[in-house]
Design a protein around this ligand. Structure first.
Ligand SMILES: *Cc1c(COP(=O)(O)O)cnc(C)c1O
Length: 432
């Protein structure tokens, strides 16, 4: 059985006339699952519908922002009310203060923040801040962590354990990539060696504290705490890229969860409640380096956009309700344990990784800490699973390296149905 995707296919043909690959962000093109994208017409709660009127239980959630599900009534109401009074002024608004106070007053680390318009922009600005504040140039990043399409971070490790970045995209001068040192996750000795070798040159260590863009490579708390210790020892800054984990791994994100105080934190995704918002922040002292208080320039025509701010306020207000995260995590655990139990009973070569409301199906029996432990060949299983799920009303992001998100809008019934469907998909794959 295959779903009717006639209208989506026609729209994709049209889109290919206008956009490279027919899309405005590459993974949407469905190439890694060897399919063609579905064009989405609407969403409501846990569901989305494509242009051919196929209905799906959605676990992509716009890649993370939609922790309350699609078209959350309070978010829609806030946006609708705000927009009546105009869409942008390029001048301060009360709404920026409101969203900032929700964030800063409820976060263990932040004293000041700055709003931008995407996660990439937040990371780019955080790096500039770290360099400006320390007067140093080099950045350490970890293989398998994604930080948006910032030039100097679109790099991977070369050969050898400790290496300067090799650009993973055309258009990035070698000299930019050379400012980035790429290390494997979960290897304290490699980190120590680099810090020692480049003493006084490292501006910052940046990490996704819950790496969720290359599978779900949950790290040991001790490794994250080690980063803090080493940053203090070598006077470099620790940047937590919490674009996914911020307001997802609890309101205080990974910083609170792991009890680590990064110097700078970046946000995106959830903070804008489905509208384009990013943010970065830290102590008042470090943020005093930002223009107009300090010498590090950073600006934005649409930064702090009132419509986007109102979506963020309506979202974060709901996240602050007592018990919100506990309920969401509990649902996710139950969902994942149904699938895990099936995998174990059948002894399939797979396991579920779950943290808070994030999950990933790893097609391996071993726990995975590093991106190089992911077998590229295992992606063939995900491809089959993805196709099966689409045909049966469950929407996953179209890549086996991407995680799934459970939202507050997923009902027990949705999760029960989806878990059943995933188990059947696994049976289909492994019982051939
Ligand atoms: C999504 C993401 C980014 C980039 O955010 P955009 O809004 O897509 O620019 C950066 N870092 C992490 C950890 C992300 O998941």
């Amino acid at each position: 059985m295959s779903i009717n995707r006639q209208i989506s296919s026609q729209l994709f043909e049209t889109a290919k006339r206008y956009f490279p690959g027919g899309v405005n962000s590459p993974v949407r093109a469905f190439r890694s699952v060897e399919g063609t994208p579905l064009f989405i017409k609407k969403g409501n709660g846990s569901r989305i519908w494509d242009e051919d009127d196929n209905e799906f239980i959605d676990f992509c959630g716009s890649w993370g922002p939609l922790i309350l599900g699609h078209a959350n009534p309070e978010v829609i109401q806030a946006i609708t009310e705000t927009i009546q009074s105009g869409t942008s002024f390029g001048a301060p608004t009360r709404l920026e203060n409101e969203l900032a106070s929700l964030i800063v007053d409820n976060h263990p680390v932040l004293e000041k923040i700055r709003f931008v318009s995407s996660g990439t922009e937040a990371v780019m600005s955080a790096l500039r801040l770290a360099r400006g504040a320390t007067g140093r140039s080099k950045i350490i990043k970890f293989e398998g962590c994604y930080h948006g399409h910032v030039d100097s971070l679109l790099v991977k490790a070369g050969s050898g354990l400790v290496t300067f970045g090799i650009s993973t995209s055309a258009g990035i001068p070698e000299s930019f990539a050379a400012e980035t040192i790429v290390l494997p996750l979960n290897e304290p000795f490699a980190l120590e060696a680099v810090l020692h070798q480049y003493e006084n040159e490292i501006a910052a260590i940046i990490i996704e504290p819950i790496p969720a863009n290359n599978g779900l490579l949950v790290q040991n708390k001790s490794f994250l705490q080690y980063l803090r210790t080493k940053c203090d020892e070598y006077s470099c800054l620790l940047i937590f890229d919490e674009v996914i984990s911020g307001f997802r791994a609890g309101f205080g994100g990974a910083a609170e969860k792991y009890e680590v105080r990064p110097d700078i934190i970046t946000f995106g995704k959830i903070v804008g409640g489905g509208l384009p918002v990013g943010a970065y922040g830290g102590s008042a002292e470090i943020m005093s380096n930002i223009s107009p208080d300090g010498p590090v320039y950073q600006a934005g025509t649409l930064s702090g956009n009132p419509v986007a701010m109102s979506a963020g306020i309506a979202t974060l207000t709901q996240l602050l309700q007592p018990g919100f995260y506990e309920a969401l995590e509990e649902k996710t655990i139950q969902f994942c344990s149904k699938i895990s139990a099936h995998i174990q009973a059948k002894q399939y070569p797979a396991h579920l990784v779950q943290i808070d409301s994030i999950f990933w199906i790893a097609f391996s029996t071993d726990r995975i800490f590093q991106s190089e432990q992911i077998d590229p060949d295992s992606m063939k299983y995900f491809k089959q699973l993805h196709r099966y799920l689409l045909d049966n009303g469950v929407y996953f992001g179209p890549s086996g390296y991407e995680v799934g998100f459970v939202s507050a809008a997923h009902s027990t019934d949705d999760l029960q149905r989806a878990a059943q469907c995933i188990c059947e998909g696994l049976d289909m794959i492994f019982n051939v």
